[in-house]
Design a protein around this ligand. Structure first.
Ligand SMILES: [Zn+2]
Length: 87
């Protein structure tokens, strides 16, 4: 297995582990590796698990961005579940 998770035969094919590791940077548009950005974007479309994780993270970001607005309980449950899965 190649270290960075990219497969030479399938350049856009990456592991969930790789996608998860780079997901935060990807969603924050801080990922500078264009090949990896494209690979993750492709992976998120195909992989339901990672797609949902990306969606959850995006919602957390929006919630955090809107300061002064308290988390509703549903968001907190989702957030806790999300963090549990990361650990
Ligand atoms: Zn995945």
């Amino acid at each position: 297995m190649i270290d960075h998770g990219l497969d030479d035969d399938h350049p856009k094919s990456i592991h969930c582990r790789t996608a998860a590791r780079c997901l935060q940077q990807y969603l924050d548009s801080e990922l500078r590796d264009e090949v990896l950005v494209e690979a993750i974007s492709y992976h998120l479309e195909l992989c339901r698990d990672c797609g949902m994780e990306a969606e959850t993270y995006s919602r957390i970001k929006v919630a955090i961005a809107s300061e002064g607005k308290a988390f509703d309980s549903e968001t907190m449950v989702r957030l806790n579940r999300f963090l549990d899965e990361l650990l």
